[in-house]
Design a protein around this ligand. Structure first.
Ligand code: SF4
Length: 154
């Protein structure tokens, strides 16, 4: 299901500095998995508390509107979630997170519960740290290419 511009979907890997941005969750533990907030908190209320020199996305996850000029948009769909879902989940099957975004979430609308199983591990910052992360972040990468890369590396 795509985005209806009259009722904008929200991106769960959003832009912290968008005017409507809210905090989706807090990164926790050594693996940076997200602990979701029960209620949205305006990003503007917390950005000032992030220490200078630390990217806000290193410690927090933000949600903002899914916008038509995003590099990950293809028509009304988000291609990022398709690449994220090509990645293996870590460890045991995780419960579906309790997140406040679900009724408006673009990834949920497109891929349902599968998106939620992968969502806590998504890290905007980590995507810049290694080759696999760069591939996931690259809109020209197909899920098939990701699966082939993972198979070759394992
Ligand atoms: S993918 Fe699922 S867990 Fe992640 S923000 Fe959307 S509804 Fe919430």
């Amino acid at each position: 299901m795509g985005t209806d511009e009259s009722t904008p979907s929200w991106c769960p890997s959003g832009d912290a500095h968008a005017p409507e941005a809210v905090v989706l969750g807090v990164r926790s533990g050594t693996d940076g998995q997200v602990a979701y907030l029960a209620e949205p908190v305006p990003a503007g209320d917390v950005l000032g508390a992030v220490p200078e020199g630390i990217s806000p996305t290193r410690v927090l996850r933000f949600a903002s509107h899914c916008v038509s000029d995003c590099i990950n948009r293809s028509g009304t769909d988000c291609t990022l979630v398709d690449r994220v879902l090509a990645l293996p989940t870590k460890g045991e099957a995780r419960a579906v997170p309790r997140c406040h975004l679900r009724t408006q979430c673009q990834w949920w609308r497109q891929r349902g519960v599968d998106a939620c199983h992968h969502c806590p591990a998504v890290s905007t910052t980590h995507y810049q740290d290694d080759e696999l992360s760069e591939l996931v972040a690259d809109p020209s990468t197909t899920p098939e290419q990701l699966e082939a890369w993972i198979a070759a590396a394992s």
